[in-house]
Ligand binder design. Structure first.
Ligand code: MG
Length: 361
């Protein structure tokens, strides 16, 4: 079963509510799609979002990396030589992790289909269900409270609240959200690099002093400031989750050995796909550092690849895979079922996605 063709397409899906973090505002999923076709006619699908502020990848750069470098390097290779394909994918172009992730997941989709198994069973097979949080975007306090209440009413038990622009005012916001949703709902906080180390300690200590019961605080300081993140991690009780600071397996080794964070957020768009993400899982298993499976602003194809990995590996104890929950429509057929906070993985082969707009032929 050889790779015969790698093609790109695109998808635009309006969001239910604009997605606002301390770094950006987005109103649509606007992603590059990938179809890998084998010489048997079987297909695998992938997806990559242009998260330029984090990965540096744009739609143009993702498409060009795939069409000009990745596709010519991989066409003709046998799908069963997964290791060989992944070595070529990694070395045919530097960086460009989103483009690599889209192709990597499409190849895994095909590989699992070849084996006749759902992808999570190929990767480890731990569980067919994954519980995800949902993002509450940065906004006025009253809007954030009403968005939180709506999420809980819709069936989410875990909220990921975006903060990071207004210092101690964020503590008031979270207190209002906690008051509104009650003690049973889990709250995670994501600062998206919005604080400096000292402010982070002050704000997180204030959250602790008010007993707001925060599950974790994600990326409090700028991505490059590992010393700052270590400073924060050492001074607060709340677990600190490294997100933008960890792209590669090498980054994960550094963060863990420096004890710069307590937890690691794995995203396929940062690692360059499942094959590289599995390396982070192995490192984290060795050190006993729990991971979260995260996503960018992605729709069902890419999020489902992450969900299958999350279901496969016990070291991934948390999931932030709310992309499909933020989209106003689901343009695909097949794949995992997204029922509010619960993701039920497909038992059909691969990612299970059978219809992708633009690839109808
Ligand atoms: Mg984050």
């Amino acid at each position: 079963m050889k790779i015969a063709k790698i093609e790109t397409g695109s998808i635009q899906i309006p969001l239910v509510t604009p997605f606002k973090t301390s770094l950006r505002t987005a109103t649509h999923v606007d992603d590059i799609l990938v179809r890998v076709t084998a010489d048997t006619g079987e297909t695998g699908f992938g997806e990559a979002p242009p998260t330029a502020v984090i990965t540096g990848d744009t739609k143009g750069s993702i498409r060009a990396a795939i069409e000009e470098f990745i596709a010519p390097s991989l066409v003709g290779y046998d799908i069963e030589d997964l290791d060989g394909i992944m070595a070529r994918l990694s070395s045919c172009i530097q960086k460009n992790t989103s483009a690599k992730a889209a192709v990597d997941m499409a190849i895994y989709d095909l590989y699992a289909k070849r084996l006749g198994l759902p992808l999570y069973k190929v990767l480890g097979g731990r569980s067919n269900t994954v519980e995800t949080d949902i993002t509450i975007s940065v906004d006025t306090t009253s809007k954030m409270v009403s968005d939180s209440l709506k999420a809980v009413k819709d069936g989410f038990n875990i909220l990921k609240v975006k903060v990071g622009k207004e210092g101690l005012k964020d503590v008031e916001r979270i207190a209002k959200i906690r008051e509104a949703v009650g003690p049973e709902i889990q709250i995670r906080v994501d600062a998206n690099q919005g604080w400096n180390a000292k402010d982070a300690v002050r704000i997180i200590t204030a959250l602790e002093d008010r007993n707001l019961d925060i599950d974790l605080v994600e990326q409090p300081v700028p991505a490059h400031d590992l010393a700052g993140m270590k400073y924060v991690t050492e001074r607060v009780y709340t677990p600190i989750l490294a997100d933008e600071s960890v792209f590669t397996a090498e980054d994960a080794i550094t963060i863990i050995q420096e004890r710069a964070a307590d937890l690691i957020n794995i995203k396929l768009m940062k690692t360059g796909g499942i094959y590289q993400a599995l390396k982070i899982c192995s490192i984290a298993e060795i050190y006993g550092v729990e991971c979260m499976m995260g996503c960018m602003l992605e729709s069902k194809i890419a999020v489902s690849a992450g969900a299958h990995l999350a279901g496969a590996k016990g070291i991934i104890t948390r999931a932030d895979l709310d992309g499909p929950g933020l989209c106003s429509i689901d343009p695909y057929e097949g794949g995992p079922e997204y029922n509010a906070g619960t993701i039920l993985l497909n038992e059909t082969p691969g990612l299970g996605i059978t219809h992708v707009p633009g690839f109808e032929d």
